[in-house]
Design a protein around this ligand. Structure first.
Ligand code: SF4
Length: 380
């Protein structure tokens, strides 16, 4: 088992390290101490105790493809550069045949998952969503359709299908939904939510969707949008709520925090500087330490960039998310990272960091590579 010499840690970290080495859970006060500490390597080494206890030396990634079916949205979250009103020039809506052709092409490259989210569309009918799911499932029964954030599920339940959350999830699953996405959690604190995403579902409503999905036997990921107007105690509160849901349901597979992108935000948020690399690494490592009941912590390279995500593999992270192809939400907000990664680039980044690359499926199970042999480099 990986151990850490306490003399190499800043004094404030030593009691926390003792707890982690003894397999004990850390408290909210410990979380705040971690967020106040500048000993980034000390925090990273504590995080790696849990990372290696749970996942050994393996680091995973998924071969997937993003689809945004439309960005037309009833809401106007203050941080969001993706959502649009129908009349706005950047509004778009994809037709089902167009989506199907895109996914058909991606399947030839070996993807195992479609990751599909959109805005809260004011006029799309229930039949359209069900037809979309059925059309994608018909392409390949083994393809996992991971789709819709909690707020989209609520929108579909309340405005489109006029069913309960549970009935809506059951209907979507009957038509092909395999997993729901973790987006829309933002920061759970109500006052902060009101300033960054007024009108969006509450923390309790977000949790209700995931809890219900888990009770139905489903899995999901969860997220945190940080680096805007929240403070450390808001992040700890966010992590505590996730840890509590996980204690109850065990349905979360991975946690994916990402930093706020200021460039595309409303003027009230635009002057906030982007989180630094130090902050991003520290936040990932603290997440690994605090969320002791989460099997996986994912570094979202779309937000971090692959070089920093690679570094995070030694700060508690054991997963690099996916190949993605055509990310829109962060790039419309100003992200300067690439929009896709090849399997070879993911594997190289993991190997360079001293970890063992493994492809995974949607629920983070390790699987054999699905990249066609003629698409694989001779030496990845
Ligand atoms: S974050 Fe989602 S719900 Fe909010 S405006 Fe953007 S697309 Fe709409």
């Amino acid at each position: 088992m990986l151990t850490v010499n306490p003399r190499l840690l800043s004094p404030e970290l030593r009691p926390i390290c003792d707890k982690v080495q003894a397999g004990e859970r850390i408290s909210d006060e410990d979380g705040l101490i971690l967020y106040a500490s500048r000993d980034i390597n000390g925090i990273g080494s504590i995080a790696n105790i849990i990372r290696e206890r749970l996942n050994g030396n393996v680091a995973t990634f998924i071969h997937n493809r993003y689809i945004n079916y439309s960005n037309v949205c009833l809401l106007s979250c203050q941080f969001c550069a993706f959502g649009a009103k129908k009349r706005e020039p950047h509004a778009f809506e994809l037709a089902i045949p167009e989506i199907v052709e895109t996914v058909r092409g991606a399947l030839k490259l070996g993807i195992t998952e479609i990751h599909m989210v959109g805005g809260l569309h004011p006029t799309l009918k229930g039949a359209w969503y069900l037809d979309l799911l059925r059309s994608l499932r018909a392409l390949d029964a083994a393809l996992t359709i991971k789709a819709f954030t909690a707020v989209e599920i609520r929108h579909l339940a309340e405005r489109v299908f006029k069913l309960s959350i549970r009935e809506t999830l059951a209907l979507l699953r009957e038509n092909g939904l395999g997993a729901i996405t973790g987006g829309g959690a933002e920061i759970f604190d109500a006052e902060i939510r009101d300033k960054i995403c007024r009108g969006k579902e509450s923390a309790e409503e977000w949790a209700e969707v995931h809890r219900t999905w888990h009770q139905m036997g489903g899995h999901s990921t969860c997220t945190m949008l940080y680096g805007h107007i929240e403070e450390a105690h808001h992040r700890v509160d966010h992590l505590r709520r996730l840890r509590e849901i996980q204690d109850e349901t065990g349905g979360f597979t991975g946690f994916i925090p990402f930093a706020f992108e200021p460039d595309g935000a409303r003027p009230s948020l635009r002057d906030i500087p982007h989180a630094t690399a130090f902050e991003e690494l520290r936040n990932l490592a603290i997440s690994r330490i605090y969320l002791d009941n989460f099997p996986h912590i994912t570094a979202y390279w779309i937000s971090l960039g692959l070089p920093l995500a690679q570094l995070a593999l030694n700060y508690g992270v054991d997963d690099l998310h996916g190949t993605i192809t055509e990310e829109k939400i962060f790039h419309m907000a100003g992200a300067k990272t690439p929009q896709e990664q090849t399997v070879a680039a993911m594997e190289k980044a993991i190997r360079e960091a001293g970890r063992v690359p493994m492809q995974r499926n949607t629920i983070y199970e390790r699987i054999a590579s699905t990249t066609p042999a003629d698409s694989r480099p001779v030496a990845a």
